[in-house]
Design a protein around this ligand. Structure first.
Ligand code: G6P
Length: 363
């Protein structure tokens, strides 16, 4: 199977393509000076009347939108993220100064298209953020922004998540500029962080840190994933990937929600993956102590030499010390590898998991 280029599965190939995918996503969009963002799709001031942003998306794209909301939140831009299946049937109020952003890798997901069509008919501004240039989403709405990840074959989305988040990070600065008249004071940190990201992906992918975990955590009752801020969508995405391709029970939670229900399920046979991005570390460590007290083994995903975390957790999946707002992307790669290797050990049909489709074109 020549197109897998020596990898056993498209998913593994696409995980390893992430450095390239992100390079493509930022190509020509970050000037050497790092003083502005060059998203040539948009005229300066084009979004100056946008007061409110609503994201609509499904699956992994929904998690990318949740991650993107953190960029807007950090820049003081009000936004909400909606599951497109809900939005299409139960839409919130929206005005002409609402920007509705449909995040869809394929550009063909029926629920996302229906949501964007609703928003367009209601007079809102619509923007499709997609990977496929000729897709319905790219053609039908006010604007299209391409994530340039390259074709993704594996049903479980991997590299497109990274490219979506990176592209939406750039968009968050464009929205800030149009809204306030200048880029945010985080511009240089963000752009430098994005420029460094492909090499950090490469160094992470060059070490195979997950394989030693497989034996220890085989045959458990369930697998839980927790995180805060940008670590929260990564926890959701980690759990989604895990259940999609391993068929094991996995759930992701906002770390603070654990004590409002999920804790009742926690015990020695429910490993917990805790995502640390550098934000709210003490709070998440508090949640880790809660699950440890009930006997659950904890795997911390954290930047290297983060002694506070490594002292408490049972195992560590290390990530490079990237810009804190981008560490979630590196943590996500570690979790992609965990899912992949567990599914592979279980002999699952990784590229075509049962009951799932790459693109869901029915509502
Ligand atoms: C399907 C795929 C997922 C994907 C979701 C949204 O469920 O299996 O991997 O995240 O659709 O797809 P989209 O093309 O809209 O990003």
């Amino acid at each position: 199977d020549a197109t897998k280029r020596g990898y056993d599965h498209f998913m593994l190939k696409e995980i390893h393509e992430q450095p390239h995918a992100v390079r493509q996503s930022i190509q020509g969009r970050i000037p050497d000076s790092r003083e502005y963002v060059a998203l040539d799709e948009f005229e300066p001031g084009e979004f100056d009347d946008v007061r409110d942003v609503q994201f609509v998306a499904c699956g992994t794209s929904y998690h990318a939108a949740l991650y993107a909301r953190q960029f807007l939140l950090d820049r003081g831009i009000p936004s909400n993220v909606h599951s497109a299946g809900e939005y299409a049937t139960n839409p919130p109020p929206l005005e002409e100064d609402t920007l509705v952003i449909g995040v869809t890798q394929s550009g063909e997901t029926a629920d996302t298209l229906a949501s964007l069509r609703y928003a367009q008919a209601a007079g809102a501004r619509t923007l499709a953020v997609t990977n496929v240039v000729g897709s319905t989403a790219a053609r039908e709405f006010d604007d299209a922004l391409f994530i340039r990840a390259g074709p993704e074959i594996g049903v479980a989305a991997t590299k497109t998540f990274s490219s979506q988040v990176v592209t939406l990070a750039l968009l968050s600065e464009v929205l800030t500029r149009d809204r306030t008249g200048s880029y945010s004071d985080q511009l240089d940190t963000l752009l430098a962080g994005l420029q460094a990201l492909p090499d950090q992906f490469e160094s992470l992918l060059g070490t195979n840190e997950v394989s030693h975990l497989l034996e220890s955590y085989r045959g458990q009752d369930a697998y839980f994933f927790i995180g805060r801020a940008e670590g929260y969508p990564v926890a959701l995405e980690g759990a989604l990937k895990f259940k999609e391709i391993t068929y094991e029970h996995a759930e992701g939670f906002a770390a603070g929600e654990l004590k409002h229900g999920p804790l009742a399920l926690v015990g020695p046979k429910t490993p917990v993956f805790a995502v640390f991005t550098g934000r709210n570390v003490e709070k998440t460590l508090g949640n880790v102590q809660e699950v440890k007290a009930r006997g659950a083994p904890v795997i911390g995903i954290t930047h290297q030499d983060h002694d506070k975390v490594t002292a408490v957790v049972d195992d560590v999946l290390p990530i490079p010390a990237a810009a804190p707002c981008l560490r979630g992307l590196l943590a996500n790669v570690q979790l992609q590898l965990v899912s992949y290797h567990v599914a592979d050990a279980l002999g699952r049909d990784i590229d075509k998991p049962r009951n799932l489709a790459k693109s869901v074109t029915v509502e």
